[in-house]
Ligand binder design. Structure first.
Ligand SMILES: Nc1ncnc2c1ncn2[C@@H]1O[C@H](COP(=O)(O)OP(=O)(O)OP(=O)(O)O)[C@@H](O)[C@H]1O
Length: 261
């Protein structure tokens, strides 16, 4: 199983520090890690630093090899799905996913590549969109196509920035179940930034909480999401309860304390 280590990452935009020495627990194949934290905490910046779109001190290593020493085509490279995926309106969904799956080499399309696109669209139940232009999709449909573009590459490490933010409730649950299956069946290492703490409680093996560019807690979801942490990080009165089927969930009380920053 793949293991990614992230240690001491720092990023500044101009002279403004954003990440202040971020070290994550080991990110392992077969696990889903939820990256939590308020708006502007630095979650997207952390993803962009991990994949090398931003530079700064610190190290990222996959199975003991520093990421910066690997070629862009190396299978150990994490696949990153940003929060906002711009749509090239000229392409159809099928073409966009096919293009995303191309790992260099020839421009001709093999049967295996076309089959991989069809399989991925079917896995996400969006095969009916195959012939549609990207520019004519809804926000949620575009988000599903973004996921298809990530999954068609068959990654070992998947970094997803709020991948369910535009999806209806059924799609959210389906996508998170699919990620769970891919982690368990194929040993995929999934790191997902998500604002819905109840989804994190249900689907994540571990959570990491980022606040003002620093990790303030990490571990098993029910251990980390304590009333004290939720008060400190989000300024809300909330507590964990357990439903009759034994599933933990958060209830939020009325009072909200204004956060700084
Ligand atoms: N390209 C940039 N140039 C300058 N500042 C930036 C840039 N991108 C992000 N920032 C700033 O860095 C901080 C962290 O932003 P980031 O997008 O990483 O937060 P986030 O945790 O992903 O937030 P959200 O939950 O709202 O998506 C914010 O204060 C943001 O304004």
């Amino acid at each position: 199983m793949v293991t990614m280590m992230v240690e001491g990452l720092e990023v500044a935009y101009g002279r403004r520090p954003i990440l202040r020495g971020v070290t994550l627990p080991a990110l392992r194949g077969g696990q889903i890690t939820a990256l939590l934290g308020p708006n502007a905490a630095g979650k997207s910046t952390l993803f962009r630093r991990i994949v090398g779109q931003l530079s700064g001190p610190g190290t990222v290593a996959v199975d003991g090899r520093a990421l910066r020493d690997l070629s862009p085509q190396d299978a150990a490279q994490p696949c990153y799905l940003p929060q906002d995926t711009s749509a090239n309106a000229v392409l159809t969904v099928f073409e966009a996913v096919l293009l995303a799956g191309k790992q260099g080499g020839s421009w001709s399309v093999t049967d295996a590549e076309a089959d991989a696109v069809t399989r991925t669209l079917m896995m996400l139940e969006i095969e009916d969109l195959a012939g549609r232009g990207l520019g004519e999709l809804s926000g949620g449909q575009r988000q599903m196509v973004g996921l298809a573009q990530a999954l068609v590459r068959n990654p070992r490490i998947l970094l997803l920035d709020e991948p369910t933010s535009a999806l209806d409730l059924q799609r959210q649950v389906e996508v998170l179940h699919l990620l769970r299956d891919l982690a368990e069946r194929d040993g995929l290492c999934v790191v997902v930034a998500i604002h819905d703490l109840n989804q994190a409680l249900r689907f994540a093996d571990q959570v990491v909480v980022l606040s003002h560019g620093s990790i303030v807690a990490s571990g098993a979801p029910t251990d980390v999401l304590t009333p004290a942490l939720l008060q400190e990080v989000y300024g809300v009165e909330a507590r964990l309860e357990t439903c009759s089927r034994g599933v933990p969930f958060l209830t939020v009380d009325g009072s909200v304390r204004r956060r700084r920053g």
